[in-house]
Design a protein around this ligand. Structure first.
Ligand code: HEC
Length: 101
C-alpha cells in the first residue's frame, strides 16, 4: 500500500499532466476562437511567418516548451497568459497535435 502511494506521489510530482487529462474537443473550440485566424482552421497557416501545424511545424517541441511559448508569445504570436488558463493551453496543445497528419 505504501509503495503504491509513494509511486502515485512520485508520478504526480514529476508530471503535472497527470493531474489533468487534456481535452481536444475543448482545445478545438479554443483554437478556433483564438488561433485559427493566423494558424488556419485546419492548421494550415494563413500567415507566411506562422508555423503550419498540419505539416507538424513547431510540434516536435515538448508540451511544456509549447506552453511557455503560448503563454509568453513569440514575435507576431500574441501572449495568452491571462487570456487562457493553463489547462486550456494544454487542451489547445493536445488539439494542435491532432492537426499533424
Ligand atoms: C496574430 C496571429 C497569431 C495568433 C492569433 C496566434 N499565433 Fe501562434 N504564431 C504566429 C506567428 C506569426 C508565429 C511565428 C512566430 C515566430 O517564430 O516568429 C506563431 C508561432 C506559434 C507557435 C510556435 C512557437 C515556437 O515554439 O516556435 C505556436 C506553438 C503557436 N504559435 C501557437 C499558437 C496558439 C496555440 C494560438 C492560439 C491560442 C496562437 N498561436 C495564436 C501568429 C499567431
Amino acid at each position: 500500500m505504501n509503495k503504491i502511494l509513494a509511486l502515485f506521489i512520485f508520478c504526480v510530482s514529476c508530471s503535472p499532466m497527470w493531474l489533468y487529462a487534456a481535452n481536444t474537443t475543448q482545445g478545438k473550440l479554443l483554437y478556433d476562437q483564438n488561433c485559427s485566424i493566423c494558424h488556419g482552421a485546419q492548421g494550415i497557416s494563413t500567415m507566411s511567418s506562422a508555423p503550419n501545424f498540419k505539416r507538424g511545424e513547431a510540434l516536435s517541441q515538448s508540451d511544456f516548451t509549447l506552453l511557455k511559448h503560448i503563454n509568453s508569445g513569440k514575435n507576431a504570436c500574441p501572449a495568452f497568459i491571462g487570456i487562457l488558463q493553463q489547462q486550456q493551453v494544454f487542451d489547445v496543445i493536445a488539439y494542435l497535435r491532432t492537426l499533424y497528419r
